[in-house]
Design a protein around this ligand. Structure first.
Ligand SMILES: *Cc1c(COP(=O)(O)O)cnc(C)c1O
Length: 387
């Protein structure tokens, strides 16, 4: 064993000791918002397939068609020979969908944030960076890659952000604000018009991650930035409501040009393959017309929040398809999740460091395929699990 492997074993043992062991376990999507795992079928409240598109035949068909016609892989990075007509056509479609001048595809949402943020900062050294306390790990990765110091404001607290912009922003040559439009562990929304106005007032560039809003919220599922002036960049993923894989960034033509010329994660990564593009293209056909599914999701979420409140459970600021049932102690959240699983329901327990100490919770992600009965079943089982 090398010294390195020796240390690897020690590090792994420490993870076990902390009770933070994680592992990959197989599961298979099943119709009706279900999932099959270990020979059992569960009502699934833990995946992000909000509109059920991952199992939609049109996506699978078009993915297959495009792969058969254009190949299984793009063969090269975008700037070499990897750019197909399909990439450019899809980017034009996306730009139109997001109401932006231009859009650019990325392999994944994580990769987009991790590479786009340092690339933006490379254009403007010394930029002061302001981040919501609850931004996603991928945005932290982007800031770290840039070696940027974050001025972190209290979650969704625009007054605190304004204060930080005053104290730390004034002397900087430029300002960048990083937020999400819907927060993944709380299901609450950022005040995008308020943030945009603040950004404008302080000459700051506003960067919004719409991973959980894309497809679900806003007119035709266009997200919460739709129609708001003053948002510099919108990023989103196709792996959640869009049911597939991949991600995009939408903004000005200059922004796209800069990323094409300078983003390492774009330049040195193979272009997204035709099957992935086909699924996105099919989802773009479907998503704008899925108003009934979006309304159903909103109604389910309301029903769930009302039911949880009746049990005395805090749902934080949730106003979306993501509803936390905040339990408090780590062990209690884990026990509740385990008892729900025994009852045939999957809802992930989220603990520190993902969320603040004392706010361990079940993260309940609703899907359009769920019924009101599914929500009632969950409420009943949770009532039993917490007694
Ligand atoms: C899921 C998620 C991502 C990462 O997107 P992937 O396409 O899954 O890599 C980025 N940001 C937020 C807020 C997310 O929830």
């Amino acid at each position: 064993m090398t010294s390195f492997e020796d240390r690897l074993e020690t590090a792994l043992a420490a993870v076990r000791t902390r009770g933070q062991w994680r592992e990959t376990r197989p599961a298979a999507l099943a119709p009706g918002g279900r999932i099959a795992r270990g020979g059992r079928t569960f009502i699934d409240f833990s995946s992000n397939d909000y509109l059920g598109l991952s199992g939609h035949p049109l996506l699978a068909e078009r993915a297959g068609e495009w792969a058969a016609r254009l190949g299984a892989g793009a063969g090269a990075s975008r700037l070499v020979t990897g750019t197909l007509d399909a990439h450019l056509a899809l980017e034009a479609r996306l730009a139109a969908f997001k109401g932006a001048e231009a859009a650019l595809l990325f392999a994944s949402g994580w990769q987009a944030n991790a590479t786009v943020i340092p690339t933006l900062l490379a254009a403007a050294p010394g930029t002061a960076v302001f981040t919501d306390r609850l931004i996603h790990a991928s945005m932290h990765a982007g800031c770290a890659a840039a070696g940027a110091r974050q001025h972190r404001f209290r979650h969704n607290d625009l007054a605190h952000l304004a204060e930080l912009l005053e104290t730390h922003g004034k002397a900087a040559p430029a300002r960048l604000i990083l937020v999400e439009s819907v927060y993944s562990m709380d299901g609450d929304r950022a005040d995008i018009p308020g943030l945009a106005a603040l950004a404008l007032r302080h000459d700051a560039f506003l960067y919004v991650d719409e991973a959980h809003a894309t497809g679900v919220l806003g007119p035709q599922g266009k997200g919460l930035c739709a129609g708001v002036a003053g948002v510099g960049l919108v990023m989103g993923t196709f792996s959640k409501a869009f049911g597939g894989f991949g991600a995009y960034v939408a903004g000005s033509a200059a922004l796209r040009d800069w990323l094409v010329n300078a983003a390492s994660g774009f330049i040195f990564s193979t272009a997204p393959p035709p099957a992935v593009l086909g699924a996105i293209d099919a989802a773009l056909d479907l998503v704008p017309g899925m108003e009934a599914e979006r309304a159903h999701l909103a109604a389910l979420a309301e029903r769930l929040r009302t039911g949880l409140a009746a049990q005395g459970l805090d749902t934080g600021g949730s106003t979306s398809q993501i509803v936390p049932a905040i339990i408090g102690a780590e062990e209690a959240a884990l026990a509740a999740s385990a008892r729900l699983a025994e009852a045939g329901l999957l809802a992930a327990a989220i603990r520190p460091p993902t969320v603040a100490r004392g706010t361990s919770r079940l993260r309940i992600a609703l899907r359009a395929a769920h019924t009101g009965d599914d929500v009632d079943t969950l409420l009943g089982a949770l009532h039993g699990a917490l007694r």
